[in-house]
Design a protein around this ligand. Structure first.
Ligand code: ATP
Length: 583
């Protein structure tokens, strides 16, 4: 309803006797919002900060300006050319910069933002710092969009299409993968997401949106010069996204509207108040940013949304065709085989020629005192760390040379010692990330909504896994609001969504209350009865002794005992390791 009102208001604004000034302001808000929407995807959702978006706006503007003024080509060809050039440039830049992490990434974006800006200002054929004039208006089905009012419709039509496309994308298999990028990417890779590729895709989409904004700008202004495409503008775009709420599609619109109106008002007010001319609004923006980062880090949209009627989250269908499942190996056959696995960190041998086997349908516990090398062993099996020497085989195939996403593809699901969830996303959607490799719909299918059938199947499976672990009643809750015990179970449901034949659990009982541990043990027994193999690293002796079929004990990276829990319990070497020889 509110969305409909918004569209009707937009449609009426140019017809009503709205002053030209407000129409122009509305046009600018729309142009900025298109760029900020790209930043929502890239920075807010994907977690990659970019200061360089203005340069892509420039590419879109200059491409059409040059082609229409020099060759007399149609603005639409200018748009296609701009998109092609931007996609190529963004792909090349993204392939280099998206691999950077921490503060190197924003620094990288500043570097290419500046480079493109100076390129625009120094190329003779682009008119150097004077730019290009005489850009023709856009023709739209025989209608020449000469006035600001006519451009208003085109600009806001693009904004609405971009909003819908982005919302479609975010509520899909690819969208969940993009959301999982935020952070180290370890969880995303463990669920089968090719994080480097996904980051480049986000980068290219954000750049294309910026390019479209530049194209619209060029045909609205009918002239371009390098000034609006510099680093300052890049920072302002980021301001808009962050102020509005970088993690939210509507935050981009809110931020662009607020900052554009505020900037305009401050530009006329502050010089009068202070008695001299200057960019004083930037000081106010700076202060505003500091205040916002203190008070409302996620931006203003989440605050505003709290006052609006709540929307129903993503729901799983009541029924859908089940996803195909992989064949289970025969119970008792060798599932995982670790052969002389060794891991050295400099001079420290964290895992010392370890050997053990996990059979199909058994629960194997890997235990040992602190620093014994359990987590390192776990990381070797899951492909997080490379082996120094040795081999790891899964169902007869070597997996020690594969990245995490290829290991999960072969049927090894995992959980994390420190839970890795997307706290603001629903429990159902968190679990559905696990089904990533069981779907194939890409970004285009998500945007165009041709992925709906597959999406229903993925969500149905996620709901089924939630039901299997006993969390179905929490499907619509935010994952971050769950108790730790429930979050650990959620991670198991997510791992089950990968359709694994081997489940690797890293300290699943850590931080759980007694009752929660009992429930977890019951769940793992049920999974075992269904034919699943489970390898768990655990500290809690009671939990391990009552649950596992066999135990492997490590100390100083070496296997010191292996056998039934009752045998291991009385093994002198194990008692020595745990109790230091105390009787
Ligand atoms: N990335 C690393 N670089 C250097 N040393 C490391 C690294 N990771 C682990 N270690 C060292 O390897 C040894 C084994 O550590 P690991 O974390 O695997 O033990 P653990 O049995 O899992 O211990 P805990 O039960 O306390 O988690 C320790 O001495 C640890 O300090």
């Amino acid at each position: 309803m509110i969305r409909l009102l918004f569209v009707v208001l937009l449609a009426l604004l140019p017809i009503l006797p709205t002053p030209e000034f407000w129409i122009t302001l509305g046009n600018y808000i729309g142009l900025y919002a298109i760029v900020a929407l790209g930043l929502v995807l890239l920075t807010g959702v994907g977690g990659m900060t970019s200061f360089g978006q203005a340069a892509f706006v420039g590419l879109g503007a200059y491409a059409t300006a040059y082609l229409t003024t020099h060759f007399g080509w149609s603005p639409w060809i200018g748009l296609l050319a701009g998109l092609a050039i931007t996609a190529a440039a963004a792909f090349a830049l993204g392939a280099i910069t998206m691999r950077l992490s921490g503060h190197y990434l924003p620094l990288g974006t500043i570097a290419w933002g500046l480079s493109l800006f100076f390129l625009f200002g120094n190329l003779e054929f682009l008119g150097k710092y004077d730019g290009l004039n005489g850009i023709p208006p856009v023709d739209f089905f025989g209608l020449t969009l000469q006035s600001g009012r006519a451009m208003f419709y085109l600009i806001w039509a693009v904004v609405i299409v971009a909003v819908v496309a982005l919302q479609n994308l975010l509520n899909s298999r690819s969208g969940r993968a993009i959301r999982a990028l935020n952070g180290s990417g370890l969880m995303a890779e463990a669920m089968g997401v090719n994080t480097t590729w996904m980051k480049i895709v986000c980068f290219v989409i954000a750049a294309l949106l910026a390019c479209i904004s530049g194209w619209l700008y060029a045909h609205m202004q009918r002239a371009v010069n390098p000034t609006p495409f510099g680093l300052n503008a890049g920072i302002e775009y980021l301001f808009m996204a962050v102020v509005g709420g970088a993690g939210y599609v509507w935050g981009a619109l809110l931020g662009s509207a607020l900052l554009t109106i505020l900037k305009d008002q401050l530009q006329s007010l502050l010089p009068k108040l202070l008695g001299s001319n200057g960019n004083f609004e930037m000081i106010v923006f700076g202060l505003m940013m500091v205040l916002l980062l203190q008070r409302a880090r996620t931006g203003l949209w989440p605050v505003l949304r709290g006052w609006l009627p709540q929307q129903v989250g993503v729901q799983a269908p009541a029924t859908a065709a089940a996803l195909p499942r992989r064949d289970r190996p025969a119970v008792g056959s060798v599932a995982l085989q670790v052969r002389l696995a060794r891991k050295e960190f400099g001079g420290l041998v964290a895992v010392n020629d370890m050997e053990f086997v996990v059979h199909a349908g058994e629960i194997l516990g890997l235990i040992g005192p602190n620093g014994a090398g359990k987590s390192t062993m776990f990381n070797l099996v899951t492909g997080v760390l490379p082996l120094t020497s040795g081999q790891i085989l899964f169902q007869g195939e070597r997996i020690d040379t594969l990245p995490s996403r290829e290991i999960v593809r072969r049927g090894i699901g995992r959980t994390f010692q420190h839970v890795r969830l997307l706290p603001t996303m629903s429990v159902l959607e968190n679990v559905a990330i696990g089904a990533h490799l069981r779907g194939s719909a890409g970004v285009a299918a998500s945007i165009l909504r041709t992925d709906r059938k597959e999406e229903q199947r993925l969500l149905f499976d996620a709901a089924r896994q939630l039901d299997r672990v006993g969390l179905a009643h929490l499907a619509q809750e935010e994952a971050g609001s769950l108790a730790l015990g429930q979050q650990r179970i959620l991670e198991i449901a997510r791992a089950l969504c990968c359709d694994p034949t081997l489940l690797l659990l890293d300290e699943p009982a850590a931080g759980l209350r007694y009752q929660e541990k009992l429930a977890l043990a019951d769940l793992l027994r049920t999974l075992k009865a269904e034919g699943l193999s489970i390898l768990l690293v655990e500290h809690d002796m009671d939990f391990v002794m009552n649950l596992t079929d066999r135990l492997v004990v490590m100390e100083f990276g070496t296997r010191i005992a292996e056998g039934l829990p009752s045998e291991v319990q009385n093994n002198p070497a194990v008692l020595e390791a745990y109790l230091g020889g105390i009787d």
